[in-house]
Design a protein around this ligand. Sequence first.
Ligand SMILES: [Zn+2]
Length: 444
Amino acid sequence: MSRCQIVPPFLLERIAASHPDRGVSATSRITLQIDARLRGRRESGPAPLAGPMAAVAGDAFSVYTAANGSDLPGSLVRAAGAPASGDPAVDEAYSGVEGSLALFSEVYARSSYDGKGAHVVATVHYEKDYDNAFWDGSQLVFGDGDGKVFRRFTTPVDVLGHEFTHAVTQYTANLTYQGQSGALNESISDAFGSCLKQRLAGRSAAEADWLIGEGIFEPSIQGKALRSMSAPGTAYDDPTLGKDPQVASMDDYVDTVEDNGGVHTNSGIPNKAFYLAATGLGGDSWDGAGRVWYAALTSGIRPDTDFAGFAAATITAAQAVSAQAAEAVGSAWEQVKVTPASGSSGGTGVPAPTGTAGTSVVSVTRSGGVTGVSRSGHVRLGEDPRSERVEALLAQVDLASVGSRDPQPDRFVYHFNIRGEEVVIDEHDLSPNLHELSRLLLEE
Ligand SMILES: [Zn+2]
């Protein structure tokens, strides 16, 4: 598929047009400073216990507020054991982290995300109108949503469990966030996010709704949730958002350069396999399929494991339970047209960019957030009133200096097309000039 088919371009433009009142953020510079710090953290490898965590050492987790800025972790609002704060975002994050720790500890005997009791930091009220949640390699971060399409991202507990699971994956299989291994990384987060939701609600696999992010949309949006694990591609169909683009079978696998190779789109395939395995095994998802998936995740699979490799790992894990369990898991993968294989390699290749625009056009597509929704915008130079500012920004941008990519789970990815030249940049690597350019093009 070409690069603009996650959501049809005319619908993306309608999303952009629905946000005409937003000014250019005054926090770009701060964001860049913070992002530079985050890059420093990543370069130093997994070392979650640092800085603010020392103040509450001995506790399992704590919730901070960024107070609509981008400084992380921000100010401490509620430490583990402290009473409710009265701020719904803080208290939802508190309950979600508490539930996630309990799920992994009580069911899978895992102490925190790193298996060594790491203190969990969650920050709410990140930036203004921020339509996303992510794990930055060290902590959980949640936006408040724009109040038009999205509500606050702490509302659905499975979104919190999804982000927490990205941390677990980082410290176990460390699946590369690109292509099939990236879609697996995404799907494992949805699977355990759903297990968390089902466990807190006391619903069995047969009773569960299998929706991810239920309650995140404002009432005006025509949709149930961000994703459906039982019926990928059916979660929403809305004039502003377009239709849920997830696929449910290898027959429909989407080759795209957006969203780190369609990680939020193709994750529908292993998501459906998890749903089929959970209902096939019966009982509670977190107990049946959850244990099998956790065993596969921690079985020593490689970071570039593809669907076939992971399917084989889950069948091996299920064989340790019973022959019937292995058969149910095998059948689940068969139904989504994934043939389990051992020794298969990555499948993480990225197709070359296609469809370069005309030389007078500057465009951007932003994809990759936890919502799986893309937005696009463009300026036709010389015809658009924004042309002068766009030209001025481009004069200060050295495209050759844009560094190599280091994708983070659920962070935005920007695909610029600047007079026919394609450039891909992660949210945390955007320079202030490119950040302003993207906001101009997206009319934010
Ligand atoms: Zn994710």
